[in-house]
Design a protein around this ligand. Structure first.
Ligand code: 2GW
Ligand code: MN
Length: 296
């Protein structure tokens, strides 16, 4: 049984979460064994979190990649929905990585929000488009984000915000429960099982979804650097982890436990259908147009 109060005293996010009186919920796991809170609707008071983070001067960098056909397909909807739901009231800087900076939609941003567009090369393999994000994110944290923002959140672009994704999600190191695996026994988790990969692991705590991860700029820098290193070592050894960057993220998170975990409300797939534990959906998977988009 999980004791949220001691959770809040032990983990790194304690100074915020403890004073904000996180509630438990009877129907879901709200705390990991290493005492990190798992955030579900009904556990927190959004106003208290927002006030606290405004007082502390928190500011958030959001990184997103829109390379090749993913730009036209997803970026506009993604960014517009960010404006409606992502960290409303806090200073936010979007870091948009693309091979076509001129095609980034011109979106009217709310006060306190700004956008930086960063040109990246288009890798010919999609696995590399996805994996090399780790390198680009680590570089931009070093050159820019660390001087301007306290926190970083990294997102897939093929998703749409549909509800509050607010300051309750901020923490030192934040990982997301994968919507397809959170209620399944561990033997279903699709960790990388190849001992030759740096992402190799037998067992872990959860199966995390790489579509969202975040934390303080320092810890996201450490995470992206480590994952990139693992990816490059694998390349030298001619292996590729089963789920690419996601496998490396899962390996990192088992070695460096996240201080906060987001429930699948924060990245839900409506094709799963009704589940009574999902009381709100804050971000939804967008349709995948595999046939047209994945022929690079
Ligand atoms: C990806 C796959 C096939 C063809 C193209 C692409 C592609 C990805 C692209 O052409 N342009 C692009 O900008 N991307 C970026 O990489 C984009 O931000 C996208 O959201 C991200 C990950 O690719 P995605 O969303 O198609 O892959 P998912 O939804 O299956 O992602 C999970 O698994 C990935 C590794 O295989 C990553 O770990 C990802 O974070 C996971 O959500
Ligand atoms: Mn995706």
């Amino acid at each position: 049984k999980c004791n949220l109060e001691s959770a809040q005293m032990l983990n790194l996010d304690s100074s915020v979460d403890a004073s904000l009186n996180l509630q438990s919920r009877p129907d879901v796991l709200t705390c990991t064994y290493w005492k990190a809170a798992i955030i579900w609707e009904g556990m927190f008071d959004p106003r208290l979190y927002d006030e606290m983070h405004k007082m502390k001067g928190s500011s958030v960098a959001l990184t997103v990649f829109a390379v090749g056909r993913y730009l036209d397909a997803y970026l506009h909807t993604f960014l517009n929905s960010c404006e409606q739901h992502f960290m409303v009231g806090l200073p936010v800087t979007y870091y948009v990585f693309t091979d076509m900076p001129e095609k980034v939609p011109n979106i009217k941003l709310s006060p306190l929000r700004s956008m930086k567009v960063i040109k990246v090369e288009k890798n010919s393999r999609w696995q590399d488009v996805s994996m090399m994000r780790m390198k680009s994110i680590s570089d931009v944290i070093e050159s820019d984000i660390r001087h301007h923002c306290t926190h970083v959140f990294c997102f897939d672009v093929d998703q749409v915000f549909t509800g509050r994704f607010g300051s309750e999600a901020l923490g030192d190191s934040v990982a997301l429960l994968h919507a397809h695996y959170y209620h399944l026994p561990k033997h279903f988790y699709t960790y990388d099982r190849n001992p030759n990969s740096k992402a190799y692991m037998e067992t872990g705590d959860f199966y995390y979804h790489a579509a969202i991860f975040g934390g303080s700029w320092k810890s996201v820098k450490a995470l992206t650097e480590a994952c990139y290193q693992g990816i490059m070592e694998d390349k030298q050894n001619n292996v590729e982890a089963l789920w690419h960057d996601e496998s490396h993220l899962n390996k990192y998170m088992v070695l460096h436990k996240p201080s906060k975990v987001l429930s699948p409300e924060y990245c839900w797939d409506t094709s799963i259908g009704f589940r009574s534990d999902i009381q709100v959906t804050r971000l939804l998977w967008a349709p995948k147009y595999y046939d047209t988009l994945r022929t690079l």
